[in-house]
Structure formats: C-alpha cells, structure tokens
Design a protein around this ligand. Structure first.
Ligand code: APR
Length: 240
C-alpha cells in the first residue's frame, strides 16, 4: 500500500481552537456554562430576541478575528504533505483555513458568513465584524449568522459529503471534541465501521474514547506536532 496516499480525515471540535484562546462549550469556562443554548443558539431564541443572538455571535466573531491558528491547526495542515487530508470541523471559526488546510468542511456553518432568515441557501460573506438589526437579505429578511442552531438540520449536501468522506477514511483522527452532538458525533463510528483506524486526541476521555483504537491524552497543540514529527520519520531528540 502506498503510505503517501493514505486518506486521513481529521474531525475537529472546539478543543482544537482552545489554545488559540477561543472558548469551548462544555468545559469549565465554556459558553454553555454561561449562556442558555435555547436563548442564543436556537430558532426559538432567534424568534424571541434576535438582538441577543446577534450580540452573542458578534462577540464570538470578534474573538475569532483576533485569534490565530495554533500548533494543532498548523500540524493538521502539515499532514497534507504526506497524506490525502480532509478536515471535517464542527467549528465555525476559520483557523484551519488560516493555518493552510486546503480541504475543510464546516458541518455547523461559518461565523464569517451571514445568511438570510428565510432562505438558507442565500449566504453572504461578511464584510464587517458584526451583523446588526436591520441588515436584510435580498428578500428583505433579517440577516443571521450562517451557523446551524440546535433544533436545525445540517445542510443536506454538506452532511452527505461529510459522511462519504468519513466512510472513505483509512485513518480517522478525532481532535478536541466531546463527541456528544449529533449527527456530527456519529461520523467517527461511521468511519470505524468502514475499517478506519480511529485515533482520538483530547486531554480528557470522552464518549468516543472506549471505541478509539488509540487515545492520545493531552492538548492538541502538543500531541499533533509530535504526530507530524513521527510521520516525518524524524523523532525529536528532546521529547516535548
Ligand atoms: N486540545 C484538545 N482537546 C481539548 C483541548 C485542547 N487544548 N481543550 C479542551 N479540549 C477538549 C475537551 O476536553 C472537550 O472534550 O475539547 C472538547 C470540547 O468539547 P465541547 O465544548 O463539547 O465542544 P464540541 O465537541 O466542539 O461541541 C460540539 O456542540 O455546542 C455545539 O455547535 C457546537 O460544534 C459545537 C458542538
């Protein structure tokens, strides 16, 4: 088998961006410890108080624009030198792309885009860091962040494409996710059922750990660069 052509699918969650200073959701200090999901990340919350929802995502967008890719993002991009890499991310930030990853699928949307409230296919790149009340789509509906809220279905084409990619993996790397939000959290097991070698990187065990072929416990910003070194066949003389 040609080692070079192995298909590596990297599935990421908020933990991969934690070392860039972006908050996760369910850890200590995570967003869902401070905000009610129903109020800021659901269609009901949007209907009840769109201003509050826009403010929540405007704050997060500012944080993303001020953040930089960390060693984990850079390591994932570096894997492309040796493997056929696809990144499937639950993250709405653009740190994978800024790190140089060329094949990134966002299953939960992208915070640097806005979309119509009446037509989910009407998506606009954001020129400014904020979406304000009164900014309308071409059908006259209030613009909202292009993210998938709880209770909403994932865009069908993107979802079907991510399932196909997951099922084609030789190695499936799950990085920085608690693996509790479905349907995205079903991707690792779909890959494993199709024969992928399942590796998990996380400082804490998760719902996925018992199914992983390899659990690499630690921060992604430490583990992933080591993994790239190993793959490059150069083992650092000074262990990290
Ligand atoms: N390196 C690797 N993993 C880390 C790091 C780190 N430096 N720091 C924290 N983690 C791990 C945590 O241990 C936890 O398992 O990242 C995970 C973050 O889990 P969540 O906060 O649940 O985030 P995520 O899995 O991405 O959430 C999934 O839920 O809230 C929704 O739509 C949102 O996409 C998100 C989805």
């Amino acid at each position: 088998m040609e080692f070079m052509r192995e298909k590596v699918v990297v599935f990421t969650g908020a933990g991969v961006s934690a070392e860039s200073g972006l908050r996760t959701f369910r850890d200590m200090g995570g967003y869902w410890r401070e905000y009610a999901i129903e109020s800021v990340a659901s269609p009901e919350g949007w209907k009840a108080n769109p201003q509050a929802v826009l403010e929540f995502y405007n704050e997060r967008r500012k944080a993303v624009l001020q953040a930089s890719p960390n060693a984990a993002h850079l390591a994932i991009a570096a894997l492309e030198a040796r493997f056929d890499v696809v990144v499937i991310t639950q993250n709405i930030d653009d740190l994978h792309e800024r790190a140089g990853s060329t094949n990134v699928m966002h299953v939960h949307g992208e915070i640097l885009k806005a979309r119509s409230s009446v037509d989910p296919f009407l998506i606009y790149p954001l020129a400014t860091a904020v979406i304000e009340m009164g900014q309308l789509c071409e059908h006259g509906s209030q613009l909202r962040p292009d993210v998938v809220w709880f209770g909403e279905v994932l865009p069908e084409d993107e979802w079907n494409a991510s399932v196909r990619v997951a099922e084609s993996a030789d190695v499936f790397l799950s990085v920085g996710t608690s693996a509790v939000v479905y349907p995205a959290a079903s991707l690792p097991m779909m890959a494993k059922r199709r024969g992928a070698f399942l590796v998990e990187v996380n400082p804490e065990p998760t719902a996925l750990t018992e199914y992983a072929d390899e659990f690499l416990q630690g921060p992604a910003g430490v583990i992933l660069p080591q993994m790239v070194e190993l793959v490059r066949g150069v083992r650092a003389i000074h262990p990290a």
